[in-house]
Design a protein around this ligand. Structure first.
Ligand code: DC
Length: 229
């Protein structure tokens, strides 16, 4: 019997981490955890309580409210993956807007937020057979992960993908605003003091600017097979 492993996928925004993670989870019957959704849900909570906006962040007030933030994932059979719930409300659609993308990096710099989410993520991974994507999975959440992948792609390619996703779901967005958001999040996520986005020495890098999802997935599956057999 194959052994169950822990797979950590880190990388910049819109590099296809979640697409790969979902395919892996389906193929190997693993649990998939999108940690970005958790940071987005905390940002939505902060926005709804006027604790964060384009030009402000009420850090101390948000920290004191964190005990009131309950996050859970519930599997939706119809779409085949788990959706994000904030205080028992399905927020899967609300957390994917450009507005939340513009607030989330700021909220993610708060160490108390990170501490809460990291400990919840580590609990989800106590049994192997998990694929988790984010920014600090291989470095902080699961430093002993069996397989660490690091995804990159040019900012222009990533903004184009994100623009298409938002247009396809009916949002009215401007390409340059998306490109700016992608670059700005790269900057904040990579330079923050607590758990910045970085590629660990034992991670395998995938630049998918010009690589299709099928080719990439096949290469990653080969890596997985070498670890589980
Ligand atoms: O994966 P995503 O683009 O949905 O993530 C949204 C933001 O959340 C990202 O810009 C930074 C933050 N994040 C983080 O700080 N640590 C993680 N493990 C996952 C996401």
């Amino acid at each position: 019997m194959n052994k169950k492993i822990t797979i950590a996928i880190d990388g910049f925004s819109s590099t296809g981490k979640s697409t790969i993670a979902k395919l892996l989870a389906k193929k190997y019957n693993y649990i998939y955890v999108d940690t970005g959704a958790m940071y987005r849900a905390v940002s939505l909570f902060a926005k709804n309580n006027q604790l964060v906006g384009k030009d402000f962040l009420k850090k101390e007030e948000l920290i004191s409210c964190l005990a009131n933030v309950s996050l859970s994932f519930k599997f939706n059979n119809e779409i085949g993956f788990a959706e994000m719930f904030l205080n028992d409300k399905n927020v899967e659609k609300e957390i994917r807007t450009l507005e939340i993308s513009q607030l989330v990096s700021k909220v993610s710099t708060i160490s108390e937020v990170r501490k809460k989410l990291v400990s919840e993520q580590q609990l989800m991974g106590v049994d192997s057979g998990i694929v988790m994507d984010g920014r600090d999975i291989g470095s902080v959440v699961f430093p002993n992960a069996d397989l660490k992948l690091f995804m990159t792609a040019s900012a222009d390619k990533r903004a184009t993908r994100r623009y298409k996703e938002l247009i396809d779901r009916g949002d009215n967005v401007d390409f340059n605003e998306i490109l700016f958001n992608v670059q700005e999040r790269d900057r904040i996520d990579s330079t923050r003091e607590d758990s910045p986005l970085l590629m660990t020495n034992d991670a395998i890098e995938f630049d998918n600017s010009d690589m299709g999802i099928t080719e990439q997935f096949e290469r990653i599956c080969t890596l997985v097979e070498s670890k589980i057999s």
